[in-house]
Design a binder for this molecule. Structure first.
Ligand code: ATP
Ligand code: MG
Length: 409
């Protein structure tokens, strides 16, 4: 076994026929200290402090100067495109990779010299390797046995974990008698079983179907809250990150681009890239013009003007993008009547609907404006009226300046 494989119950041998047989428990494999036995951080000290961490593979900087504080009990999500360095960052926290630069502090102590199995940190890997020759029950119990837990306590804990991931009745099955999603749930149960202080979860729910994923999300949140664990979850699913996490960090090309609450990330992204990566957005590129009555006029490339609420700090550059989320863009047959604010209470643009996508709870529309730009609008289907608007219909597209955001990069 490699150091990584022997370090914790979740870093088991891969689920492959040639996997070596499980060796008897070794003293050094008693991996993860229980949360209660760890020193508690000082009130203002984050549980985890990541300082300027860099990880290079050859000349390539997979993680490129990441700094981040994570508080005890936080549910933190890492979002970002494939290959941006999420797994590499988690692997450094778990101790499976050594940073080339920077420090990682846990409870105020640099954990560089602490071996993976001595860290109160556990990781559920993206490929969730299970022991192929052990039953569901024994896979979940594996780390508990190694840690010397009493048999009765193991039984209680395993039952709790089996119930959590809804695998009751399957305790005796081997991994090859489970579906991919069920195997992932065993891996999740196994990583949670020892209640580490920090649990790193790399795409933990990716193989679950939508309904099970949603219920497991809520159960994970409940469990995390109940046990006071700190979770750092990597996910590709933005809705999942928004639902579960108290804060989200968005990574791109090894860098942490923004760290914010789900609401702030969505409503006040700090860059055009973030605005486009998190959710859907309409962008109008243009030049900042005059400011009147709290409204900033932005002359768009297509010759129009979009009014935006004046930002607290004026844009440093005149070339900006105006961002507006599709659900904040309304359609109507006639322009809305604005009282008391002249023509600037709403941005009103005219065009023709080119696409209608009915999605159940909402319908999304693409509208080709007379200027040539395409704008997306999504509207909740709050009544059963069929096809409020249809393709080729002429509509007024309108949105308020307050719902627009000025982005400079
Ligand atoms: N051991 C390695 N040797 C060389 N390059 C590596 C190694 N591990 C990762 N990389 C590279 O580092 C980058 C970041 O990889 P990482 O696995 O952290 O991405 P990720 O954000 O987790 O992606 P995904 O969402 O696809 O899982 C990728 O370009 C990857 O090819
Ligand atoms: Mg990954």
């Amino acid at each position: 076994m490699t150091e990584e494989q022997s370090s914790s119950e979740v870093s088991a041998e891969p689920d492959a026929p040639e996997s070596p047989a499980i060796e008897p428990a070794k003293p050094h494999a008693v991996a993860v200290a229980a949360a209660s036995s760890e020193p508690q951080p000082e009130p203002d000290m984050p549980l985890l402090r990541i300082e300027g961490v860099v990880k290079k593979f050859g000349n390539f900087r997979a993680v490129d100067g990441v700094s981040l504080d994570i508080r005890a009990g936080e549910f933190f999500a890492l979002l970002g495109p494939s290959g941006c360095g999420k797994t590499t960052l988690l692997r450094m926290l778990a101790g499976f990779e050594i940073p080339d630069e920077g420090r990682i502090l846990l409870n105020g102590r640099d954990i560089a010299p602490v071996l993976p199995h001595e860290r109160p940190v556990n990781m559920m890997f993206q490929n969730y390797a299970l022991f192929p020759h052990l039953s569901v029950r024994d896979n979940i119990a594996f780390g508990l046995k190694r840690a010397g837990m009493a048999r009765a306590d193991i039984n209680t804990r395993v039952a709790e974990m089996v119930a959590l991931v809804k695998l009751e009745g399957m305790e005796k099955r081997k991994p090859d008698q489970l579906s991919g999603g069920q195997r992932q749930r065993v891996a999740l149960a196994r990583s949670l079983a020892r209640r580490p202080q920090v649990l790193l979860l790399d795409e933990p729910l990716a193989a679950l179907d939508k309904k099970l994923r949603e219920s497991t999300q809520h159960e994970l949140m409940e469990l995390q809250n109940r046990l006071g664990m700190t979770f750092i979850v990597v996910t590709h699913d933005q809705d999942e990150a928004m639902t579960m996490a108290s804060r989200i960090g968005v990574m791109d090309a090894g860098r942490l681009e923004q760290v914010a609450t789900p609401r702030d990330l969505y409503e006040t992204p700090t860059s055009r890239w973030i605005a486009e990566f998190v959710g859907d957005v309409n962008l109008f590129e243009g030049q900042v013009g005059a400011s009147e009555g709290g409204r900033l006029a932005v002359s768009t490339r297509d010759g129009g003007t979009v009014y935006v609420a004046e930002p607290r700090t004026p844009p440093a550059r005149t070339a900006v993008s105006v961002a507006i989320r599709p659900e904040k863009v309304k359609l109507s047959r006639r322009a809305p009547v604005a009282e008391g604010s002249g023509g600037r209470a709403f941005n009103c643009l005219e065009g023709v609907i080119t696409e209608v996508s009915y999605l159940g709870g909402l319908t999304t529309y693409k509208v080709k404006l007379d200027s040539g730009a395409v704008v997306r609008s999504s509207m909740a289907n709050t009544t059963r009226i069929v096809d409020a608007y249809s393709v080729s219909q002429r509509v007024v597209v309108w949105f308020t300046p307050d719902d627009c955001l000025v982005l400079e990069q």
